[in-house]
Design a binder for this molecule. Structure first.
Ligand code: GLA
Length: 503
């Protein structure tokens, strides 16, 4: 009897193993504290040893192109086209009862992280159908951002931890600590404010972290500041939250009703539906929607500088456009971005700015000297000055860097001309920026670790006659000049930032 039972169990498990089939729509949902969930969909089809289908998570939608193994232990490789490049995702999986265990590495050298997926209805989480982008036309200028926008954004310091209380207390800090007086105006909420689902009428909702966006905007406005928000032209944002895809006009109206003053619009999930060449039309759609919203809203394009955005940014109603991938709070990242902007000078003008990404000043990864270089370089570049640190808690040195009025005056110069590099010798670079009224801002940057002797020839900066006045904008003192040029020692990773004029 015992033997029969054992044989039966063995036979049954053999049958179930043969019958085990990965085919189906699987969802792994990890709940997040904001009431939403991080979702990964595995839409799989198994035919004998071949597995096909899709993997969808955050902003990514992969088509399975390779696999090995069987339901007891297999791998799938997903592939997706992203502009000019191809991305891959590799999962190791196994069926455990009615659960699908899937593990992947965030980086090739990282340990495996496992998620557990369960079967859900076919079609759940499917990529929406593509809506063809509109024909191109020019979106009229909204009259905003005559000088580069100044403010704060939540992403660099808080990422997914930003919430209503943080935004209110940051607004309190900005209004009270001299930053507002120095010109900082916008308090921008980045990704992760969105609710999991739109309401029954398709309106975008907020998640638990933002109980009442209108009340928050009223609060920020009561401090004499403005509120910014974030979305994507794709179905999902970069962090996987709800994007504005197919709801552009509706979302623009919602922002206007809430009292939003600034939108950062991040390509992210749109990469699965549109080519880089279609970006202009896709961004134009939201440009039109914002114009039609009845509220002046600064339009900030974030598509990492792809498809020469500086050539068409103004035509879609953009006030600023990111020129690069994401900045990190590190000297290498900041300098790689900042010193690479030379060829973009012709595209900056009042109302329309190149955006080399937000400031990292005060986030702890660089020295104060390096942060002074960061602030100087961004000001030379007529870049938006969007602080990315915790304004409620900063050292006096960081506060002084962010609120240096003489440096900010360079950034905000009404002529709106971006600096260009006038000389480079090894790690030493000199940049010059023509200012309204005939003066120049001249920055002597020493990218080397050690101090370096540097000299600038005034005529190289653009002076036709000998300048008479030079002011050091970090020491707040006049510098004695006389001849055709000026020489000094610049500290390692440091800068001498001068305002030079003939009067
Ligand atoms: C992208 C952007 C960042 C930030 C994140 C949010 O990476 O470039 O600035 O907005 O998305 O998910």
């Amino acid at each position: 009897m015992k033997l029969v039972r054992i044989l039966l169990v063995v036979a049954l498990s053999a049958i179930s193993c043969l019958a085990a089939d990965l085919t189906g729509n699987w969802l792994a949902a990890t709940p997040l504290p904001d009431g939403t969930a991080r979702k990964v969909y595995f839409e799989l089809k198994q035919q004998d040893s071949k597995i096909t289908g899709h993997i969808r998570l955050t902003q990514f939608y992969y088509t399975i192109t390779e696999n090995t193994g069987n339901p007891d232990g297999f791998t799938v490789t997903g592939t997706m086209q992203d502009g000019d490049s191809v991305r891959h995702a590799v999962y190791e999986g196994k069926l455990v009862g009615d659960e699908l265990h899937m593990a992947t590495r965030r980086r090739p050298d990282a340990p495996l992280t496992e998620v557990v997926a369960h079967r859900v209805a076919d079609g759940e989480g499917a990529m929406p159908a593509r809506i063809d982008p509109p024909a191109l036309h020019k979106v009229p200028y909204n009259g905003l951002a005559k000088t580069p926008p100044m403010g704060w954004n939540s992403w660099n310091k808080f990422a997914g931890r930003v919430d209503d209380a943080t935004v209110r207390t940051i607004a309190d800090a900005m209004a009270g600590n001299g930053m507002k007086d120095a010109g900082y105006t916008y308090i921008n909420i980045d990704d992760t404010w969105e609710g999991e689902q739109r309401d029954a009428s398709g309106n975008i909702t907020t998640n638990k972290k933002f109980p009442d966006m209108k009340a928050l905007a009223d609060y920020v406005h009561s401090k004499g500041l403005k509120l910014g928000i974030y979305s994507s032209p794709g179905p999902n944002t970069c962090a996987g939250y709800e994007g504005s895809y197919a709801h552009e006009e509706q979302d623009a109206k919602t922002y206007a009703a809430w009292g939003i003053d600034y939108l950062k619009y991040d390509w992210c999930g749109a990469r699965n539906l549109y080519t880089d060449q279609e970006m202009q039309a896709v961004y134009q759609k939201m440009g039109d929607a914002l114009r039609g919203s009845g509220r002046p809203i600064v339009y900030s394009l974030c598509q990492y500088g792809r498809n020469d955005v500086w050539k068409w940014g103004p035509d879609v109603g953009g006030n600023l456009w990111r020129t690069t991938g994401d900045i990190r709070d590190a000297w290498d990242s900041m300098t790689k971005i900042g010193f690479n902007q030379d060829n973009l000078a012709p595209f900056a003008a009042p109302g329309h700015w190149n955006d080399p990404d937000m400031l990292e000043i005060g986030n702890g990864g660089m020295t104060d000297t390096e942060y002074r270089t960061h602030m100087s370089l961004w000001s030379m570049l007529a870049a938006p000055l969007i602080a990315g640190n915790d304004l409620r808690d900063m050292t006096p040195a960081i506060h002084d860097i962010l609120t240096n009025n003489e440096v900010i005056a360079i950034d905000q110069d009404p002529a709106g001309k971006q600096a260009t590099r006038i000389s480079k010798s090894g790690d030493q670079e000199i940049w010059a920026r023509p200012l309204a009224g005939g003066a120049y801002a001249i920055a002597l940057f020493n990218r080397a670790k050690d101090d370096a002797k540097m000299s600038v020839k005034w005529s190289d900066a653009g002076f036709k006659s000998k300048p008479r006045k030079a002011r050091d904008l970090w020491s707040h003192s006049d510098v004695k000049i006389g001849g055709e040029d000026y020489s000094t020692t610049v500290p390692g990773h440091g800068v001498l930032l001068l305002r030079v004029s003939t009067k």
